[in-house]
Design a protein around this ligand. Structure first.
Ligand code: FES
Ligand code: FE2
Length: 384
């Protein structure tokens, strides 16, 4: 297995070998039809063939590290509950009571619980999903015993990310192409904050926005452009995933053979199929998940993970300011602003396709992988 240091150094050397703004060798230009973002038929296909079938990142593992941790999320519109049991095992269930299907835990920030108590009549489950208490159980004539477990969902943590799926999956095969991610130590980080917000934009627009550095100079000119070289990134396909390294200004006069911390020189970013991005800032990590809700609506989830708990109030204050800059100042006010502005333009019918240039072609890889899964689903359905 190649280490993260080797992978990053390889990319770093390629980045350093060309001028800022010079396209990567092999870069290409392409278009994505507007209908891929707008059409309800395409949306349904993605939900059915990708989100309802394939594993996807639902959380950072550090969000559900402690026993009793609980996180309500969703897959293909279906409520899913992730728990860490008293035995330390990570599990996932449908977030629905076995009595009359009431949602057990409200979506949002992770919480810690001793048991899952249904808000309606108080049926109670342990963190392993076993029904442990039914008020007035005698009134069910023994039928409650046929419902003694929450409905399971497949889940596995790899490299600090929690993957869940409605269908069984091989987590090792899934993450093998990006095996070096393990070296970043995300699993041992602390979850600083999870923020979710609804976006008036197709979920893929958000992924597109994290797959190119072309917009940094203009969209982020008042915030993070001061740290980055213009349009200077190296990208690679890794199975259905994509690894990218975006040059920071410090790279220009760095001695690569003496570089101790790649993250001071360039920012590693991993797109994890189908809808997550992990960004390794110099001192912390952002995990971004873009969840489809409707053709023109999505949920943006941002988890900020830090390497250790703040030592003192000053450090806590510094963390807080960094989080505000990246989450509100950059992601919300700039990237998501652009996503909503693109959605508006798309919906107006102004263009029948979006154009991606040589600094944006990684987004075309993403669209290709996704399109293949949607098409494969279609032909499989036909041959059924
Ligand atoms: S629906 Fe959950 S206890 Fe009745
Ligand atoms: Fe951005």
């Amino acid at each position: 297995v190649t280490s993260a240091a080797e992978v990053q150094l390889r990319l770093l050397k390629r980045l350093a070998a060309r001028d800022a703004g010079e396209a990567q060798p092999g870069a290409f230009v392409g278009e994505v039809p507007a209908s891929d973002y707008l059409s309800p038929a395409r949306f349904a296909l993605e939900q059915e063939r990708v989100f309802a079938r394939e594993p996807q990142v639902v959380a950072a593992e550090c969000e559900v590290a402690g026993s009793g941790s609980c996180l309500a999320t969703e897959i293909a519109g279906i409520g899913v509950l992730i728990t860490r049991g008293a035995d330390g095992a990570l599990r996932a269930f449908r977030n629905a009571c076995r009595h009359r299907s009431t949602r057990l835990v409200e979506p949002g920030a992770p919480c810690v619980k001793k048991a899952l108590v249904c808000p309606y009549h108080g049926w109670t489950y342990d963190l392993a999903g076993r029904l442990i208490h039914v008020p007035r159980a005698e009134a069910f004539e023994g039928r409650e015993r046929e419902r003694e477990r929450l409905t399971p969902v497949h889940v596995a943590a790899r490299h600090g990310l929690v993957f869940a799926s409605l269908e069984a999956f091989d987590a090792d095969a899934l993450t093998a192409p990006i095996a070096e991610l393990a070296d970043f130590g995300l699993a041992g980080h602390f979850a600083y904050r999870r923020v979710e917000r609804e976006v008036r934009g197709n979920w893929k627009l958000t992924i597109d926005a994290f797959l190119e550095a072309y917009h940094v100079r203009h969209l982020h000119r008042g915030t993070i452009y001061r740290f980055f070289a213009d349009s200077s990134a190296e990208v690679e396909r890794a199975g259905p995933h994509i690894r990218a390294l975006t040059a920071r200004r410090a790279l220009a006069d760095a001695d690569l053979d003496r570089a101790e911390d790649v993250r001071q020189l360039a920012t590693p970013t991993y797109y994890v199929f189908p809808n997550a991005i992990a960004i390794f800032h110099p001192d912390y990590v952002s995990v971004v998940i873009s969840t489809p809700l409707a053709p023109g609506r999505s949920r943006f989830t941002h988890v900020l993970a830090i390497p250790g708990e703040p030592a003192d109030a000053a450090e806590a204050e510094h963390r807080h300011k960094s989080f505000e800059l990246i989450d509100s100042g950059v992601f919300l006010a700039e990237d998501l602003f652009a996503v909503e502005a693109m959605q508006a333009g798309l919906e107006s019918g102004a263009s029948s396709s979006l154009l991606f240039g040589e600094h944006e072609f990684a987004a075309l890889w993403f669209h290709e992988s996704l399109g293949e899964r949607c098409a494969a689903g279609v032909s499989a359905a036909r041959s059924d």
